[in-house]
Design a protein around this ligand. Structure first.
Ligand code: SRM
Ligand code: SF4
Length: 589
């Protein structure tokens, strides 16, 4: 039985009335866990598992069995069996206090808690690159933040993140803070709640940040403002940011994106669950067609397939909750490379999957997808620069944050600018940029003169405006190459040397996990092995041809083993830009 009520209004939000963080729309009533089957009881006993401490409580008996018998190679299941990641929500509260009072050092913590389970509380140990420090990943539904939240995050970064003291706008329009230690992480974890934000369920086998449209509520072309839905779904998944133990042991991560326009700003095709706004031909109301199973990983990269389901607006939150429970209870837990949602949908078949989710919604007969056809061609819009909003007299202004790397002073400046000129909020994009909504048209010229826009340009060059990069080797332990700094340096040089007639979207990613989404790019660079004079060197695998928006196509790999050193990469990228994107060498004046 589902307990979520879809209560928020479906209206266009007005200036100053936007919601940030967790709106607190969800009423959490714990479900009755399925009584243990004899088979599960026997296995618990044989393996000496403490059921109450484990992450098995809310799983179906079938899922418990799959978890208990997962192969040794799937270490995540063993770790969750021993102790559920959700237990860290309690532990994290007094961790800092115990370390501050000298009761123990961070190194004394059990390794699996330190390196794995803390990810349920948003804390990612940067063991390989900066041992003892953590990256904290938040949830920023629909990428919307208020000035108050920006300042709070700026302070946390400046005062509690040591020498590293920086952060990122991520490829899920989210924020990560870097450099904190466990000594102060409890204060940040608790403090986030006071400003309507949260870091729970942001890593490991949980749902990632809810993405939507960065211009939701402002856009003359959107069918629906998806922010209320994104907030409600986020509240349901995280129990209003406090943590939802029933959805904290999925077979794997899961991404959800809601697209309200033909632009498909959140790239629904690469989300496990993509909801695309369409008109219901029966009622004329706006609802959503469902796409399922898109994902990238080291072993498989696939676009989503048609989920052949149409949802009325008021079914969306309940559908997502039911789908997550179906994934939890029926999803594979064997080979970890085969546990994303696509594997379950393929095994069940689209129709049976739709029926099962309907059953979990309390016996709802879900409708098949509706056909929405357009005669014209729609090009995905670039949201950087100055654009008229649907509210007369106002524009949103988008500024480019190359590769998304941010520092405390940037957050303070964003807060000051959005308060001085706009509605006191900003929007983050999956391209790692920032937008300022509700700028009165007669203030745009004055806003342009603000110092922050010298650093983060409103009218960037044609490469800078399309640049996206994952974290890479500076902080990410699995990276094969350094990405962000290299991407910025090479982009600058290319723009100095070439005239590039149109925007080219170049994505960098440090390893095959593709957090930097090279498969959606015009040109993609993925960290890989290479050799220079017979010696191992940092290298890239090159991709091209990704298209986004309507009828997307994934980029394909066309070359491997190119050394990532500038001397090799610059000529290669110049050749590509000249031959395939109309770039020309700049002539000396
Ligand atoms: Fe990712 C793991 C960073 C978006 C696919 N990702 C990681 C870790 C946690 C690995 C680690 O422990 O170090 C990286 C943390 C590095 C760090 O210090 O920041 C990491 N992923 C990121 C971010 C920060 C990249 C960025 O610079 O923006 C993005 C955070 C998004 C967020 O706010 O939640 C990020 N990761 C993605 C995306 C893009 C997306 O969601 O559209 C993907 C591909 C799409 C997908 O998941 O299907 C992605 N990340 C992965 C994978 C491969 C998943 C798989 O099924 O195998 C891993 C590895 C894993 O989960 O085992 C991974
Ligand atoms: Fe790290 Fe690889 Fe993801 Fe880049 S793509 S952040 S290197 S896991």
């Amino acid at each position: 039985v589902l307990r979520c009520s879809a209560s928020a209004t479906n209206g266009v939000m007005t200036n100053g009335a936007s919601m940030n963080g967790t709106g607190g729309t969800y009423k959490y009533v714990p479900s009755e866990p399925e009584p243990l089957s004899e088979e599960v009881k026997a296995l618990l006993e044989e393996k000496q598992v403490d059921f109450e401490a484990s992450g098995l409580k809310y799983l179906s008996n079938d899922a418990r069995l799959r978890s208990l018998t997962a192969p040794k190679s799937n270490k995540a299941e063993a770790i969750k069996v021993e102790k559920g990641g959700h237990r860290m929500w309690e532990d994290v509260h007094d961790l800092g206090e115990k370390i501050r009072s000298g009761q123990y050092k961070w190194e004394d913590l059990a390794l699996d808690d330190l390196d794995v389970r803390l990810k349920w509380s948003g804390l990612f140990h940067r063991k390989k690159r900066a041992a003892g420090t953590y990256m904290m990943r938040l949830k920023v539904p629909n990428g919307e933040l208020s000035a108050k939240q920006l300042r709070w995050l700026g302070d946390a970064m400046a005062h509690d993140c040591g020498d590293i003291a920086c952060g990122d706008i991520t490829t899920r329009a989210n924020i990560q803070l870097r450099g904190m230690t466990l000594e102060t992480s409890d204060k940040i974890f608790a403090g986030l709640q006071t400003i309507g934000l949260s870091a729970v369920q942001t890593g490991m086998d949980n749902v990632r940040n809810m993405t939507g449209s960065p211009i939701a509520g402002l856009d003359p072309h959107e069918l629906i403002d998806v922010r209320p839905l994104n907030y409600e779904i986020n509240d349901m998944i995280t129990n209003n940011g406090k943590g939802n133990p029933e959805l904290a042991n999925l077979p794997r991560k899961l991404n959800i994106g809601l697209s309200p326009s033909r632009d498909d700003f959140p790239h629904t095709h690469i989300n496990d669950v993509g909801l695309k706004a369409v008109h219901d031909p029966e009622t004329g109301e706006v609802g959503f067609n469902v796409e399922l199973g898109g994902y990238f990983s080291g072993k498989r990269n696939t676009m989503s397939i048609d989920g052949d389901t149409f949802l009325a607006r008021d079914q969306v939150v309940a559908y997502c909750e039911a789908l997550l429970k179906v994934f939890r209870d029926f999803g594979p837990r064997g080979d970890r490379q085969k546990t994303r949602l696509m594997w379950l949908v393929e095994a069940m078949g689209v129709e049976a999957f739709r029926e099962k989710v309907g059953e979990y919604m309390g016996g709802v007969k879900l409708r098949a997808a509706v056909d929405e056809k357009y005669d014209d061609v729609w090009e995905r819009r670039d949201v950087l620069g100055v654009h008229a909003q649907k509210q007369e007299g106002y524009s949103w202004v988008g500024a480019c944050v190359p590769t998304g790397r941010i520092f405390p002073d940037d957050l303070y400046a964003f807060a000051d600018v959005c308060e001085k000129y706009g509605d006191g909020t900003v929007r983050l994009t999956v391209e790692q940029d920032v937008l300022f909504p509700f700028i009165p048209n007669d203030k745009v010229e004055e806003l342009r003169k603000e110092p922050i826009f010298q650093k983060y340009k409103i009218d960037p060059g044609n490469l800078e405006r399309g640049l996206v990069s994952c974290t890479g080797a500076q902080y990410c332990g699995v990276a094969i190459i350094e990405t962000k700094n290299r991407a910025m340096a090479i982009t600058e040089k290319l723009e100095q040397q070439l005239d590039i007639p149109k925007k080219v979207r170049i994505h960098w990613t440090g390893c095959p996990n593709s957090c930097g989404q090279v498969q959606v790019a015009d040109i993609g660079l993925m960290g890989g092995p290479a050799k220079i004079d017979g010696k191992a060197a940092e290298g890239v695998r090159l991709f091209k041809g990704g298209t986004i928006g309507e009828n997307p196509v994934l980029a394909s790999e066309f070359e491997k083993g190119t050394p990532a050193h500038e001397d090799y990469l610059m000529p290669k990228l110049k050749e590509l830009l000249i031959n395939e994107f109309g770039a020309k060498e700049k002539t000396e004046a």
